[in-house]
Each structure stands twice: as C-alpha cells, then as structure tokens.
Write a protein that binds this ligand. Structure first.
Ligand code: ADP
Ligand code: MN
Length: 918
C-alpha cells in the first residue's frame, strides 16, 4: 500500500492534470536557493524560484516546469491524497444512536462511499483509505514517509491535514505521544526519520514553527513575535519570513520539547485572542541541508575545474537543500455554521481567508485555469510550491462518521478529490556549495595576490640590482680603457729606459777600467803608510807593559790573602766531617736500639701468649686437682702463675717502656691491642704502676677501648684494668668524669660473658665505695647496670654485685649519719632491697656477708625504714642479728634494730612529715 501511495507516477485512471504547467508561469522561475534567507537568519520558504546562471545549477534549466522532461531529476508527481475516518466519539454515540453512518469505507478498493440518504450514495477513490482503526504508524508510513524520504533526497515536500474541526487533523499530524509512543503523530515521526538519516557531522536540520491566524503569522517558538511578514526578493523571487525563530534541532527529544513549547504557545495565544485552535493554521517548517559526496559528481565538476583551475582532489562540495512543510490546517467547516465566535461577517471571512484561497487555488489548479490566485492569501503564498510547484505533496483529509456533518464531510471529500488532480514537478534541489567554494577561491585569490605582490617586489629588486650591475660594468669598462692607454704609454717608456740603461752600462764598464788603474796606485801608497805607523805602535806597547806589571803586583798580594782564608776553611771542613762521623755512629746505635726493642716486643707477645697457655693449662690442672680434693704442692698454683706473669710483665714494661705499651692500646691490629691491654691490665693490678698508667693516658685509652672495641677479649681485659684502677680513690673521680660509668653500663648490657661481667661489676663495685660519686653513678646508669648483671647467675658476678651494693650502702649510711646526706637510699629505686632480700640465703658466704652488711647499712638510714617495714626486711634483720656467721655483723644488726621504732606509726615522726608528704 505504501508503495502504491508513494509511487511518483500517476497510477490509475485518474486524470493527471498537465494544464497547471503552463498556468503558473508567473511563478515559474525554477531555481531556488535559500542562501540569502539563511544568512539573514530568516526562515526560508525555499520554494521560490530564481533563475540561476547556466552551470550553477546542476540539473534544472532555468525555465519553467513545462520543460520538465529536459531533466532527469525532474519528475512529475501527483499530489497524493488519503482519507482518514475518526472513530466515533461519545457525542457521535449519543446523537447518532439511531442513524447509520454517512460514510462507508472500502479500504481494499481504496474507495469511500458517501451516503446521501438510504437510496442515494456516491463512491470516491483515494490514494489510501484509513478506517477508524488505522494506527498512527501506518498513517505515517503511507502518507508521510515517502515525502520524508524525498526530502532526505533533496526534494521539497509538503504534508498537510485538511478537514472539519474535531475530525482528527491535529491528532494525525501534531500528536506528541509523550506518554504513549504509538500515538506519535506525523511531525514527531518525520523528524525522527530525518534526524536518524542525516550525518550529524556535516548536515543540519532547522525548524521554525508558526501559526497563521487572521492573515497574521505568529512565531510559536517565540510568541512575542507576531505579524511576521513574508518578504519576497524582487529579483530572485525568494520568500523569507524575517525574524522567525530558526532552531537547529539536534535530537528527537529536543524537537519534541520545541513542539510542546509551540503547542503551549498556540494555546495561550488563542486564549488571548479569544478564539480556538481550530481557527488557526499551524505550520512546521523543516529545512534540511545535506552534503553530497563529491565523488559521484565527477563529470559535472570537470568543466568547472578546468575553468577555475582548482586542485583535482577537491571537488566543489555539493549541498542539497530541501524543505519539509507540515501543515495542520484550520477547521474546514464554514464559519456561519458554528457562528458562535462573535465575529462580524467580514471578520469571519478574514479569519478563513487563507483556507478559502487555498480552496480556490486547488480548484483552479484542478481545472487547469490560466490564473492560480496564490497571491490572495498568506497561506497560498506559503504553499505555492506544494501545489503545482516542485514539492512532493501528500494530503490527508480527515472526516467524522456522523451523518450530522454530512455537508462538511462532502466538502472535505471534494477538496481531496480536486487536490488529487494536481501534478507537481518535483525537482532535485541540489547546488554547489558556492559559499564554501567562494571562501576557497577567496583564500586562493588572497594567496595569489600576495604571491604577485611578492614577485613584483622581487622583480623590482632584481631590476635595481641589474641596473647597478650595468653601471658597474660601464664604470669598469671606462677604467679598462684608461688602463689600456696607460699601458701603451708605459711600454714606450720602457723602451726608452732600456736604451738609456744600455748607455749607462757602457759608461759603467768604462769607469770600471779606470777604477782598476786607481787601485794599483792606492796599494803602492798603502805600503808606504804602514812603515810610518809601526814606530808609533811600539811606543804604545811599552806603556801597556808597565801597567801590566803593576797589576801583577796587586794580584800577588790578593792571592796571599785568599790562601790564608782557604786554609781556615779547610780546617773547618775537617771538623765538620768529624761531627758527621759521630752523628752517623749515634744513628746506627739508635737503629740497633730500635731493632732490639722490636725484638723485645715480639718476645713480649710470645711470652704473653705462652703465659696464657700456661695459665690455662694450670687452671685446668687446678680444677682437676680441686676435683680430686688436693693440691700438688700445697701452694696455690693460680697465684703462682699470676705473680710470675706479673714479674715478667714488669720486666717487659721496664724494657719496652710504659709509654710505648700504652700507645699500642690504640693500635689498629687487634692482636697487638689484646697483648697491650693485657700488659696494661696486669700493671694496673699493682699500685705502683697505676699512677704512671693514668698519667700516661692509659685510663683514657682503656675507656676508649670500652667505647669502640667489639673484641670480647679486649672488652673483658680492659674492664678488668679499669676495675683495678677503680680501686684507687684518686682514679675513681677521673673514671666517672670521663663517662666511665656509662661505658661500663653499656658493656654490661651488651655482653653475656661472665668474666667480662665480673670485671665490669667489680669496677662498678669499686666506684660504689665513693660517696661523692653516688648520684652520678646512679644517673649514668651504673647502679642499674650493676643490679642488672645478677642475671648472669654466676657466683663471681653476683659476689661483685653484692659487694658493690654493700659498698654503696655503707658509704651512704656513713654520709647520712655524718649529716651530708638526707633521704631515701638511691639503691631503693633500682630494687636493690628486694634483691638483697631474695638472695640472702645464697650459698656463697662472701655474697651472704655482703648482703647482710648492705642490709645493716641501709637500715641505719631512717628514710629507708618505710621500705624495710613494708618489705619484711626488719624480720630479715632480726634473723641476721641471730644467725649471721660473723659476730661483727650480728652486733651491727642488733645495734641497728634497736634504732627501729616499735610501732608502724612511729615511722613517721612529726618533723619528717613534710619530707615524705604523707
Ligand atoms: P481537529 O484537529 O481536526 O480539530 P483533533 O485532532 O483535535 O481534531 O481531534 C478531536 C478529538 O478526536 C480529539 O480528542 C482526538 O483525540 C480525537 N481523535 C481524532 N482522531 C482520532 C483517532 N484516529 N483515534 C482516536 N481519537 C481520535
Ligand atoms: Mn486541530
């Protein structure tokens, strides 16, 4: 069905009208361009015709459509007309209940029977007949789609709805279908098709939406624009609507928004004018611009190319401009029928002037009249191209079923029948895009103009240069002429001079001969003169001889003096040689001495090593012997070794010198360091050497070893040496001031070697015996390190710890008793008391003794009593007073216990309250 409706050729017996071809010659200018209107921003009507110069149009001769067969792209096409029957509405149902419909549809025959009465009816054939059940989609596809397709191909198109008010024109054409997509009308569907078929990169779709009422055009997209004029270019015949809004549509949603705005504005405007929408025409104008691929336009462009000398690779872009008009006409009923608008008759005529004119034009066209009154109304001016023009046109007429409106329905059907007779000559509206071509050419012209100017300038420059060169040539030519003359003159001069020279040469030869003669004369004279001069010379020589004699005498005297001096110097030299000799001998001696010392050192090393070995062996022996419960000689082998070692070392020290040994402490070689530190440690064990060691910087060197050495032996022996030195009160302060406590604490915390720990503990224990150093010892972590070393669990180490605490406590108590010091013991904070209590029952008697002494000393300080009471140390004291193995300790404990208060409360006498803050 769609195909038959959409076919271009008339397809059945209906008479195609040709008469209209000739009839509209007044408006026959075929070519059209909307360029002018576009650049003015106006809605272009596009169907106006303007003759174009030959060659500028692609296909159409600038003559009327009467010569249509002259062009391939010009195709005759009849106006297609479909009829649509609206379903009965409630009014129809109410009022026509007893009547039969006045129309009867035969869609398969595309016929419509109009019943005048029961026995009289007439049948009409249409291009399509839609029953009241026809879908919006089918109506679009049959009526509008072929038109939309030809618009996309570059032809103008018109879709128009005609019919009585209430029969469904707006439903068919303008329905938005926002809620129900199946209800969308022709406008929405047409735009959807167009938008989806164009290239969004190059092509464009622009719409204007207008209302025509009482011969006034109003912009539905900007309702403040009323009375928009239709202007016509007197030369080109181009129609435009200056000022009408043109919107570039970029999507269906966008378009639907525009349509909705238009609809709202249409409603508002009609309310203001106190009229109905049915009285106005709504016109949607869609301008499509599509660019055509230049490839298939080769032949057409060749000619142009040759003329314009454009590069072959860039054909002139071709643009197809087409226009689609979708018109929702005002109701076709005669005004006097409804009559309720309250307009005067003239007004009423004016209201419908456009529609009446349209009817007249359709009539005239259908009857092939000579004159078509397009100019009578605005609507017919706008639709001139749609009827009998170059556009492809589809008309849908809408009717209602009710017999009440028989007359209107008949009128509508007759309008449709007449419209079917109109034949349009559709033309491809394609043209070169002269705007872009023009731009291209302009830029080319600009380019060439610049080039010409550049060349002109270059030519001028060249001309100037050539002129200058010519001048130079002329100048040099005249110069050459003068030179020629000059050279001729010089040649002559040359000849003259040559002959002159010959003359002179002859003269010279002659004079030479004369000269030879003169020479002979002169030599004769010379011999004569020589004789006379000889006598004079002898006299002069005699005088010189006398002078020389005198000089000789002076020289002899001087020589005598020098001889004397020389003798003295020789004497001195002999003396110096002697000195030198003695010096050498002394040096030799010193060298020997040095060698001896070195040998000695090697011996020392060996000795020390041997001694160590001996000692170890002896220790092993001893252990074995102890195990067996007897000593071989009754004497102590360890002591013996030690003393013999010390004697050896003392000997070494005497031989080598303490200074050198101390220097070896800083040696880079660890072995040397170990030997040296061992020697120093042994020396430090004896009071007589200690002072010298300290004076010689030995203490400092040992402390440095504690700080820097990682060697366990060095650390152990150095700690021992420091422990020895720390026995001397004079050294204790020095050790502390040099950070000895901190260094020892550091060694204690890093080593696990019990021997080293014993040495360190011994050293700290010695320092504990100096009350002046107590605070510093605590602050430098010495106390904490001391107590920490009990972790070793070795009796030797524990004994040193206990001794240290006892020493500390003793000195502290002494100070408290003497009144130098006040307050709780510094030992308390480091948990010494707890440790003392925990280790009191230690197996070693010496440890036990130290602990007992320490407790007794601490107990003498009243400020420690609180700790004693709370820790149970009082009980321990009582036990010591009874159980201690030493009488002096038992007595001391007893004496101290008597000092203790009998009651807890007495611990804090009133005068001590502030001190304790209780
Ligand atoms: P007109 O624009 O011709 O005055 P309308 O399009 O406004 O008529 O239609 C009048 C009423 O009839 C509207 O309510 C419309 O929804 C309804 N109508 C028209 N045609 C149809 C149809 N084919 N199917 C359903 N309802 C229709
Ligand atoms: Mn309507």
């Amino acid at each position: 069905m769609a195909a038959s409706f959409g076919s271009r050729a008339p397809h059945h017996g209906q008479r195609a009208s040709n008469s209209s071809h000739g009839s509209s010659s007044a408006s026959s200018a075929a070519a059209s361009s909307s360029t002018t209107a576009r650049s003015n921003g106006n809605a272009s009507l596009g169907q106006n015709n303007r003759p174009k110069p030959p060659g500028s149009r692609r296909s159409v001769t600038p003559t009327s459509r009467a010569h249509s067969n002259a062009s391939v792209d010009e195709v005759s096409g009849r106006v297609r007309v479909a009829v649509r029957l609206r379903p009965r509405n409630s009014e129809d149902l109410l009022l026509d209940a007893d009547y039969a419909d006045c129309v009867e549809l035969q869609p398969e025959l595309k016929r419509l029977k109009l019943r005048k009465n029961n026995w009289n009816s007439e049948s009409y054939r249409f291009d399509e007949v839609f029953t009241d059940t026809a879908s919006q989609r089918r109506v679009y596809e049959v009526v509008a789609k072929p038109v939309v397709e030809s618009v996309l191909s570059g032809y103008n198109g018109t879709i128009m709805a005609y019919g009585q008010t209430g029969t469904g024109k707006t439903y068919t054409v303008g329905r938005l279908g926002k809620d129900d997509a199946s209800e969308r009308g022709i406008m929405v569907r047409a735009l959807e098709d167009i938008i989806s078929n164009i290239s969004h990169a190059s092509d464009s779709v622009e719409v204007s939406y207008l209302q025509l009422y009482m011969e006034s055009i109003q912009d539905l997209l900007s309702p403040e624009k009323i009375n928009i004029p239709i202007t016509e270019d007197p030369k080109t015949g181009e129609l435009s609507l200056p000022g009408a809004t043109v919107v570039n549509v970029h999507g269906v949603d966008h378009f639907q928004e525009l349509l909705q705005i238009g609809e709202a504005n249409r409603h508002a405007a009609n309310t203001k004018l106190n009229t109905e929408s049915s009285r106005s025409h709504a016109i949607l104008m869609v301008n499509v611009r599509r660019y055509v691929d230049g490839e298939d336009k080769e032949e057409t462009n060749l000619q142009d190319r040759d003329q314009t000398d454009l590069p072959r690779s860039k054909p002139i872009p071709i643009v197809r401009k087409s226009k689609l008009l979708i018109v929702d006409l005002a109701g076709s009923e005669r005004l006097d029928k409804s009559g309720s608008e309250g307009h005067l008759l003239e007004e009423a005529k004016f209201i419908n002037l456009s529609l009446t004119s349209l009817g007249k034009c359709i009539n005239a066209l259908a009857e092939n009249s000579a004159h078509i009154p397009f100019r009578d109304s605005k609507l017919t001016r706008l639709l001139r191209d749609s009827f009998g023009g170059s556009a492809r046109t589809s008309l849908i007429i809408t009717i209602g079923p009710s017999a009440r409106h028989y007359a209107e329905t008949t009128g509508t059907i007759m309008f449709g029948q007449r419209a079917m007779k109109i034949v349009n000559m559709t033309k491809l509206r394609e043209e070169f895009d002269y705007e872009s071509l023009c731009r291209k050419l302009e830029s080319q012209v600009d380019h060439l103009t610049a080039e010409v100017e550049r060349l002109e300038k270059l030519r001028e420059n060249d001309k100037g240069k050539l002129e200058r060169q010519l001048k130079e040539c002329e100048d040099s030519f005249s110069g050459a002429e003068t030179l020629m003359k000059r050279s001729e003159f010089l040649e002559k001069e040359n000849d003259r001079l040559e002959s002159e020279m010959k003359d002179i040469l002859n003269e010279l030869n002659r004079q030479k001969d004369q000269n030879g003669l003169m020479h002979n004369n002169i030599s004769e004279l010379q011999t004569h003169i020589n004789y006379i001069q000889g006598q004079q010379e002898i006299n002069e020589l005699n005088m010189k001889l006398e002078k020389m004699h005198e000089l000789h005498k002076e020289g002899a005297a001087e020589l005598q003096l020098i001889k004397v001096e020389c003798e003295a110097l020789l004497h001195e030299k002999a003396k110096l040689t002697e000195d030198l000799h003695t010096m050498r001998e002394r040096l030799l001696q010193e060298e020997n001495h040095r060698k001896n010392i070195e040998d000695e050192l090697i011996k020392v090393k060996k000795l020390v090593a041997d001694n160590q070995k001996d000692q170890k062996e002896k220790q092993l022996d001893m252990k074995e012997n102890v195990g067996k419960g007897s000593t071989p000689n009754g004497s102590n082998p360890l002591k013996e070794t030690q003393s013999s070692q010390r004697t050896t070392i003392a000997k070494i020290c005497e031989e080598v010198g303490l200074e050198k040994i101390l220097a070896l402490l800083a040696s880079e070689d660890t072995d040397v360091q170990i030997h040296a530190v061992k020697v120093v440690a042994n020396l430090a064990a004896e009071d007589i050497h200690q002072e010298k060691i300290v004076e010689g910087g030995g203490l400092h060197a040992l402390l440095m070893l504690l700080q820097s050495s990682r060697n366990p032996t060095v650390l152990r022996v150095a700690s021992g040496a420091i422990a020895n030195l720390a026995m001397n009160e004079l050294n204790q302060g020095l050790i502390m001031s040099k950070g000895g406590a901190r260094l020892l604490a550091n060694v204690a915390s890093t080593t696990d070697d019990p021997q080293t720990q014993r040495m360190v503990a011994g050293a700290i224990a010695n320092l504990c015996g100096n009350e002046k150093l107590h605070v510093m010892l605590k602050e430098d972590g010495g106390l904490e390190a001391l107590l920490g070393m009990v972790r070793s669990g070795t009796n030797d180490v524990t004994a040193q710890v206990a001794r240290g605490i006892a020493n500390f406590a003793k000195c502290e108590s002494r100070a408290v008793i003497q009144g130098h010091r006040k307050g709780r013991s510094l030992l308390m904070e480091d948990g010494a008391l707890e440790w003392l209590l925990a280790n009191n029952d230690c197996a070693s008697t010496s440890i036990k003794r130290h602990i007992e002494l320490a407790l007794c000393h601490l107990a003498q300080n009243k400020d420690n009593w609180r700790d004693f009471m709370s820790s149970g140390a009082v009980n321990r004291m009582q036990r010591i007073s009874v159980e201690s193995s030493r009488e002096d300790i038992r007595n001391l404990a007893m004496k101290t216990l008597k000092l203790f208060p009998t009651h807890q409360t007495d611990l804090y006498p009133t005068h001590q309250t502030d001190l304790h803050g209780v």
